[in-house]
Write a protein that binds this ligand. Structure first.
Ligand SMILES: [Zn+2]
Length: 91
């Protein structure tokens, strides 16, 4: 299985995709760049894995912030829900 070493004219390579990944997750990209990243993620397993991981991590942080004032059993439910969500995510 030989990978095409960036010979394809698809605009964005892995370095670019990773570089913009966090901005992408923040939703702060221009629609054009966002489109390029989405295209790259759809076709690149490595970067998609990266993206999934970062997304899960961000959501975990978000949920943790929301859950800080919540009682312990609720906090655990939130966390379990994230895990369920991530493992059962459909594409
Ligand atoms: Zn890639």
């Amino acid at each position: 299985m030989s990978q095409d070493p960036g010979g394809e004219d698809c605009g964005m390579d892995c370095d670019d995709a990773i570089e913009h990944l966090y901005t992408f997750l923040d939703g702060e990209l221009t629609p054009g760049v966002r489109d390029e990243i989405q295209k790259h993620l759809a076709g690149c397993h490595g970067c998609f894995g990266h993206y999934e991981f970062e997304r899960a991590f961000l959501r975990f942080l978000e949920a943790r912030c929301q859950a800080q004032a919540a009682p312990a059993h609720l906090r655990r439910r939130v966390f379990e829900r994230i895990l369920l969500d991530e493992s059962g995510s459909t594409s």
